[in-house]
Design a protein around this ligand. Sequence first.
Ligand code: SF4
Ligand code: SF4
Length: 135
Amino acid sequence: MKFKLKNENIASEFVAHIEKITGENAKRCYQCGNCTGGCPVSFKMDHGPCQIIRLMQMGQDEAVQEANSMWVCVGCMQCYSRCPQGVSAANIFEGLRQVVLRKGEDHQEIEDIPMPLLKGAPQQALVCGFRKFVS
Ligand code: SF4
Ligand code: SF4
């Protein structure tokens, strides 16, 4: 039997867009909290993965976009592996980042990174970081 939420008719073009580009369905989430419980960095997020998805279900577009959660996510996929509903918060965060970056809003300035960190960081980490944070 498929789980059905009562609030499935909440209209939000933004949420519909995120669902379209990620292939995820936020309405499938029944808020068990497994994703946030297993997320290694949720303690640094304004809202954990399950809270972000709940905000999406409620059509709270601004709260979702203003939260630091999408930038803190490290893409480890732990949330997806623990989700009984097959929802990937990791994909949703990736979609959210894409939407912000495609507005031309960089989330990291290269010149703001301290030189000692630049010199010591693995090259791959820098490339991955800039792919994630810079439009
Ligand atoms: S992919 Fe992101 S949201 Fe999911 S568990 Fe890892 S860090 Fe947390
Ligand atoms: S694990 Fe899946 S069903 Fe549970 S809160 Fe997270 S996204 Fe929702």
